[in-house]
Design a protein around this ligand. Sequence first.
Ligand code: 9Z3
Length: 300
Amino acid sequence: MDPSFTAYYVAELPLQSSIRNFLERQRRFQRNLAVVSSGGTTVPLEKHTVRFLDNFSTGRRGAASAEYFLESEYAVVFLYREGSLRPLQRRLAKLVTDPVTVLVSEGHIKEGVASFRVTADAQAALVQYERALKEERVLEVPFCTVYEYAQYLELIASASAVFERNAILYMAAAVSDFYLRFEDFKSHKRTSDSALVLKLSCTPKLLDLLRELWAPQAFVVAFKLETSMETLHERAQLTASRSGAHIMVANLLHERHHRVWILENGRMEEIECPESDTEIEKRIVEAVIASHRCYLDADR
Ligand code: 9Z3
């Protein structure tokens, strides 16, 4: 990997030993593993960061998918952007119907003032998630920058290589394609005395590293995002064959939460879920798990 990228790496990641302990525990219980990446990465422009580049990702795809993997008895490492949606939490946020009114009218939240509407679906998800927490089947790992993301991904993917074909790497995070070389990184806030011209370099292809080096036997699910239908399928196919991802999920920015295409073995299948219908992540995870089973059977 380019030393100008890894120059941002820290000597020791905060959750290093929790990750190793968690994975060892899941191995002892012979559980299948899903590593779900979620949310967007930042590219800071200064060490004492005032300004940074970011992207649109909300984390819904990753958070919802993690819930469905847990529902199917997988152990889950949820590698997510700090502040983006998280499993369970995203459902709790929907339950409080009008927290702002409560705060404004009362000055503080009194017990019994907030109103909740718990749908059967949300209730079931809460129960499922609580069970996964009790069974210690889920570990959440927050990141912020593209460098933290890459360093955690390398650590988690390499440590999960012992799961061999039993691990799914489900790469839903929207990872910055560009970064600022370490030599151009400023320690303190940039002045605004003159125009700022930034030259960004290409982020190392993490998908390729996953397949080639870090977890060569894992089942890899990658996501391709485009903003135009004209380029979507062709670019998804190109990235799938370059990286060797087993499944490529192609989506368009503005309809990503109700339509995707699943590309597998050269075949493209469309999945569409109207807003009010089943969450599209449920359908994606079902398709991924079915393919993962075939991948496991092929090895027996
Ligand atoms: C996706 O395409 C995800 O589906 C979204 C989900 C980020 C669009 P939200 O978080 O959105 O629910 O708001 N993720 C991967 C996008 C990506 O960066 N892919 C790379 C690329 O398109 C690698 S294949 O080049």
